[in-house]
Design a binder for this molecule. Structure first.
Ligand SMILES: Cc1ncc(C[n+]2csc(CCOP(=O)(O)OP(=O)(O)O)c2C)c(N)n1
Ligand code: SF4
Ligand SMILES: [Mg+2]
Length: 329
C-alpha cells in the first residue's frame, strides 16, 4: 500500500512540467531586447497551465521576434516572412487538439503580412497571437516599419518617415468578427504575464500587441514611457486584468474599462500617450471558423451521404428507356 502511494506520487512528480521543460537553447537576442521578456512570460504561462509540450506549437514568420519557436521546447514552425498567420490557421484547422501560438513582428504582421492579418481577425480561429512591436525591422538592421513613429530616421528613410504610424490596435478593432484585443509593454512583467494568460484563455483569435524595446536600433524610443509611470494607463476589469496593490502604488494612472464595450475600446486604442495597457476588447461569443467548418450540422451522416450521392450521380450512366419495337412489314 505504502509502495503504491509512493509510486503514485513519483508519477505525479514526473508528469508535472517544470519551467525548464519549455526552455530550449540560449536566445540569440541582444541584451535588453524586449523579446526576452515576452519569452519569459510565455514559458511561465506554459508551466503554470501545464501545457503538454507535444500538444503545443509556436508558429512565426521571419524577423528577430520570429526566432521565438527555437527557444520553446514544444513543436514549432519558423515560417516565411509575413506568413505566420496562414500557417498557424492551417495547423489549427488540421489539429484542433493543439494549443497554437503565433509570434510575429511589426514588419511581419503589419507590412508584408497585412492582408493575412486582416483576414485572420475575421476568421477568428482559436489562436493566441503576439505582435512583437519594436516599431522597426530589427533583423535586417533598421528599416522603417509601418508602426515606426513619424519622422523616424532609418536606413530606408534617411530624412525621416513621412507618414503617421499605423496603429495595430485600431486596425484590428475595425475588422469584422474581432474577438480579443489587448496591449502590453515588455517592461512591466507582471502585467505582461496577466495579459498573456488572459489571451490564452480566450476562445477565438486573441491579438496582443506588445510594445517591445529594440535597444540595438532604437535604444531611447520608449524612455519617456519607461521613466514616467504616469504615461502608462492601466485598464482593469474582472474580465480583463486586475492591478495589484504594489503595482498600483507605482502606476497610479489606472482606471476601470469594461472589455465588452467595443466603442470605448476603439476610443482608448486611438490614444497613444499615455499608452493604454490591458485588455481593450473581449467578446467570447464570436464563432471560430474551424468550429463552423467542422460543426456536427455540416458533418451529419445524412448530409455526407447526400453529398456523396450527388457526386456519384454526376458519373452515373442511366439506362435509356427501351425503344418501342417497330413493326416490320
Ligand atoms: C519575402 C521576404 N521579404 C523580405 C525579407 C527580409 N526580411 C527578413 S526579416 C524582415 C523584417 C523583420 O522585421 P519585423 O517583422 O518587425 O521583425 P523584427 O526583426 O523587428 O523582430 C525583412 C524585411 C524576407 N526574409 N522575405
Ligand atoms: S536587433 Fe533589436 S529586436 Fe533584434 S534582437 Fe537585437 S534588440 Fe532585439
Ligand atoms: Mg520589428
Amino acid at each position: 500500500m505504502t509502495i503504491a502511494a509512493t509510486e503514485c506520487m513519483m508519477q505525479l512528480y514526473e508528469e508535472r512540467h517544470a519551467l525548464e521543460d519549455y526552455q530550449s537553447g540560449v536566445p540569440r537576442w541582444c541584451t535588453g531586447c524586449g523579446d526576452n521578456a515576452i519569452l519569459a512570460a510565455v514559458q511561465r504561462l506554459c508551466r503554470d497551465e501545464q501545457l503538454r509540450p507535444e500538444k503545443t506549437v509556436f508558429v512565426s514568420g521571419i524577423g528577430c521576434s520570429s526566432r521565438f519557436p527555437h527557444y520553446m521546447k514544444t513543436y514549432g514552425f519558423h515560417g516565411i516572412h509575413g506568413r505566420a498567420l496562414p500557417i498557424a490557421e492551417g495547423v489549427r484547422m488540421a489539429r484542433r487538439d493543439l494549443n497554437v501560438f503565433v509570434n510575429t513582428g511589426d514588419g511581419d504582421c503589419c507590412s508584408i503580412g497585412a492582408a493575412h492579418w486582416v483576414h485572420a481577425i475575421r476568421y477568428n480561429m482559436n489562436l493566441t497571437v503576439f505582435l512583437h512591436d519594436n516599431q522597426i525591422y530589427g533583423l535586417t538592421k533598421m528599416q522603417a516599419s509601418p508602426t515606426s513613429p513619424k519622422g523616424l530616421k532609418s536606413n530606408t528613410t534617411p530624412r525621416g518617415t513621412y507618414l503617421d504610424a499605423l496603429n495595430p490596435l485600431t486596425v484590428t478593432l475595425g475588422v469584422q468578427n474581432v474577438s480579443f484585443v489587448a496591449q502590453a509593454v515588455d517592461w512591466i512583467p507582471e502585467v505582461l504575464y496577466d495579459i498573456v494568460r488572459a489571451a490564452f484563455h480566450h476562445k477565438g483569435l486573441s491579438f496582443v500587441r506588445i510594445v517591445q524595446r529594440c535597444p540595438e536600433w532604437l535604444p531611447k524610443l520608449m524612455d519617456p514611457w519607461l521613466h514616467d509611470p504616469q504615461k502608462v494607463r492601466l485598464l482593469e476589469h474582472p474580465d480583463g486584468i486586475t492591478v495589484s496593490e504594489a503595482l498600483a502604488r507605482v502606476y497610479r494612472n489606472h482606471e476601470a474599462h469594461d472589455p465588452g464595450d467595443l466603442a470605448q475600446a476603439r476610443e482608448i486604442a486611438s490614444t497613444l500617450d499615455p499608452i493604454p495597457v490591458g485588455v481593450l476588447y473581449r467578446n467570447p461569443h464570436v464563432p471560430c471558423y474551424e468550429d463552423l467548418r467542422t460543426s456536427d450540422a455540416l458533418r451529419s451522416d445524412a448530409l455526407i451521404r447526400r453529398g456523396l450521392e450527388a457526386e456519384l450521380d454526376k458519373f452515373t450512366v442511366w439506362p435509356q428507356a427501351a425503344e418501342p419495337a417497330t413493326a416490320t412489314a
